[in-house]
Design a protein around this ligand. Structure first.
Ligand code: PEP
Length: 254
């Protein structure tokens, strides 16, 4: 089944609002002719409103990098899902490994956030991935499928159609090391097989499973040639308009 490619740029804690505007305008001029790809930008909270305004008449869609699961109240410093929706976010990244490792997010909070995002009308990009020791111990598939199972607990079939799963091996994020296309494909395939078990073949075949971890212009084409790799979640290479535009314009190798 042909799935529409999904290329998302996660800017992390980079760029002021002004810098973000410049980057977005540069990018838009480079991807004017792109069709058949969902292009998503995830700038910091402080840039969402301005970038949302720039892209509102454009197919590029806005994502947040995180949110807090309570609807409102005394949670100083936090941002709710409804607030993100209010500034034009369509997607939200949930459970990025940096949130798991640096901010104590667990499979349980990730599951709760996934449910809250869906109930609020945001489409979650749910991140999973093994650390190096787990890969070296031959446990990557077990760890990743376990994370997916827990993140999607009680998420129904209809809502599952709105979820994008991002496989991001933690050892490949920001390190310059990429999983080989075959290794990534093996994990993506295992995630899709799990979705067949949890839902059904039709849903499993329709969910986009994207890869993240040092995706760059020189490796995107071989990754995108894999049967179950439907896109990329990109950190470093999304901070330069030329490199991100090249990723959006990927050409899968035969
Ligand atoms: C990420 O931030 O999700 C990521 C994959 O980063 P990088 O592309 O820099 O490895």
């Amino acid at each position: 089944m042909a799935r529409r490619a999904f290329i998302a740029g996660n800017w992390k804690m980079n760029s002021t609002a002004e810098e973000g505007v410049t980057l977005t305008n540069e990018l838009l001029s480079l991807i004017e002719d792109v069709a058949d790809v969902d292009v998503v930008l995830a700038p910091p909270f402080t840039s969402l409103d301005r970038i949302g305004n720039i892209i509102k008449d454009n197919p590029v869609r806005l994502s947040a990098q995180n949110f807090f699961m309570e609807p409102e109240g005394a949670y100083t410093g936090e941002i709710s899902a409804a607030m993100l929706l209010g500034v034009g976010c369509v997607h939200v990244i949930i459970g990025h490994s940096e949130r798991r490792q640096l901010f104590g997010e667990t499979d349980e909070t990730i599951n709760k956030k996934t449910a809250v995002a869906l109930n609020t009308g945001l489409k979650p990009i749910v991140c999973v991935g093994e650390v190096l020791e787990e890969r070296e111990a031959g446990k990557a598939l077990e760890i990743v499928t376990g994370q997916v199972r827990k993140a999607l607990l009680d998420i129904n079939s209809e809502d599952m159609g709105k979820v994008v799963v991002a496989y991001e091996p933690v050892w490949a994020i920001g390190t310059g090391k990429t999983a080989t296309p075959d290794d990534a494909q093996e994990v993506h395939r295992a995630i899709r097989d799990l979705l067949v078990e949890l839902y059904n073949r039709k849903i499993a075949d329709s969910v986009r499973i994207i890869y993240g971890g040092s995706v760059k212009p020189d490796n995107v084409d071989s990754l995108m040639a894999m049967a179950d790799i439907d896109g990329a979640l990109v950190g470093g290479a999304s901070l330069k308009a030329e490199s991100f535009a090249r990723l959006v314009n990927f050409q899968p190798l035969d």
